[in-house]
Design a protein around this ligand. Structure first.
Ligand SMILES: Nc1ncnc2c1ncn2[C@@H]1O[C@H](COS(=O)(=O)NC(=O)[C@@H](N)CS)[C@@H](O)[C@H]1O
Ligand SMILES: [Zn+2]
Length: 412
């Protein structure tokens, strides 16, 4: 599947400090030490109700990681999926009386447009679940052959993963069984399903049902993939057995990322699947997480249609720490617009305080677990000084514009 159109990313002088990121498994921040090429898998949209500001915030967070790795000289192998087959998508298509394939294509196209407008660097590989079904079915068969998965005896053809096969089940989310059971039920799992060895065992393959799309699963029989194995298979197929960063919003920590990592580790024998499990905070509206089910969605395309500069949206979202659950409000939007105008004014100043000093301070902030609020404050201070005539570095305004473009993705 095609990703979206990229754009030029300016290069910057000097060296960048090592990126440190908070790892949910270790519940602390650690330096990320990629090999020559840095590898990242970020969970993309289930293509309906795209692109709300929650999607945008999470994609911006991992865009910062991409930009910082490039700034440090690493090529980046970035893979993102589209869950273009899954229960929520079929349910929405059903509700709207629409063909689920058309719904998925339209929403994915809108997502691509919004990602371009927000200047998110496109992933090297943008992969749909449907196009991955043969590989996913192969991995499910492998897990059955390893005794790490089993078919229910109720004639549905459903196949589940046996969590006792996971080398260190729960190490990523650090949750209790009670917490896992609650979240599993809330987020697409079926802890009450009869016949499972363990209520927490996740679905790998859903046998064909009347009125549902189904694909050939070889000796699995016809059916469609489970959610977590989709992301394990796509990541393994394109990035190898272990990766530097597995990313997404914190709503994915459990069960989705815990299960994806467990599936990958049993399939390859390599652990941990990711050196850093990185989770972005939830963007809310009126005190509720912005989500389809709640219908409290603010869309990037709506704001753009209302004339809001996408760079102001980006600055609004960057004003909060990426791991913080936070609200999108009109005040956040206004602050983003004001900051954008001020920075554009300052970039046109004849001179300002040291450009090299600004660059070093922005790098320091962003490589410290993506502290964008600190980075924005540094640029604000530089802009105030430049606009009050302080500083005599005539090259600084141009370097400031390149810095915020390359590292924050904000084109002034
Ligand atoms: N309110 C929100 N705030 C921040 N990030 C969000 C929010 N809602 C969803 N996301 C993130 O946006 C991405 C797409 O979300 S999604 O459309 O629900 N799709 C999925 O979670 C799956 N397709 C992942 S494989 C995920 O990384 C998810 O964690
Ligand atoms: Zn995923």
């Amino acid at each position: 599947m095609d990703a979206w159109t990229g754009h030029d990313v300016p290069t910057l002088p000097g060296d960048a400090p090592t990126l440190k990121l908070f790892d949910s498994a270790r519940r602390s921040a650690h330096p990320v030490t990629p090999g020559e090429t840095a590898s990242m898998y970020v969970c993309g949209i289930t293509p309906y109700d795209a692109t709300h500001l929650g999607h945008a915030a999470t994609m911006i967070a991992f865009d910062l990681v991409n930009r910082l790795w490039r700034d440090a000289g690493h090529p980046v192998a970035y893979v993102q999926n589209v869950t273009d087959i899954d229960d929520p998508l079929l349910e929405r298509a059903e509700r709207d009386g629409e063909d689920w394939v058309v719904l998925a294509m339209r929403e994915t196209a809108l997502f691509r447009e919004d990602m371009e407008a927000l200047r998110i660097i496109p992933p090297a590989h943008y992969v749909g679940a449907v196009e991955s079904i043969p590989a996913i079915a192969g991995h499910v068969r492998d897990l059955v052959a390893k005794g790490a998965a089993y078919r229910l005896e109720d004639g549905t053809g459903d196949v589940y993963f046996d969590i006792t096969a996971a080398p260190d089940w729960g190490y990523e989310s650090n949750l209790s069984r009670e917490e896992m059971t609650v979240l599993s039920a809330e987020r697409g799992g079926d802890p009450d399903r009869a016949g499972k060895r363990d209520p927490l065992d996740p679905l790998l393959w859903r046998g064909a049902r009347e009125g549902e799309p189904a694909w050939d699963g070889g000796d699995l029989g016809p059916g469609r993939p489970g959610w977590h194995i989709e992301c394990a298979t796509i990541a393994l197929g394109l990035l190898g057995d272990t990766i530097d960063v597995q990313g997404g919003g914190n709503d994915l920590l459990y069960p989705h990322h815990e299960c994806s990592a467990a599936h990958a580790e049993v399939l390859t024998g390599a652990a941990p699947f990711a050196s850093h499990y990185v989770h972005a905070g939830m963007i809310g509206l009126d005190g509720e997480k912005m989500s389809k089910s709640k219908g409290n969605l603010v869309f990037v395309s709506r704001l753009r249609a209302d004339g809001v500069d996408p760079m102001a949206i980006r600055l609004g979202l960057l004003a909060g720490h990426y791991r913080a659950d936070r609200e999108w409000t009109d005040e956040v939007r206004k602050a983003g617009e004001q900051r954008l105008a001020r920075w554009r004014e300052a970039a046109a100043a004849p001179s300002g305080p040291s450009g090299a000093g600004l660059l070093a301070a922005v790098r320091e902030a962003l490589t410290t677990d993506l502290d964008a609020p600190a980075a924005l404050a540094v640029v604000d201070a530089w802009a105030d000084a430049a606009l009050s005539g302080a500083g005599d570095d005539a090259a600084a305004p141009e370097l400031m514009a390149r810095t915020v473009d390359a590292l924050l993705g904000v084109r002034l």
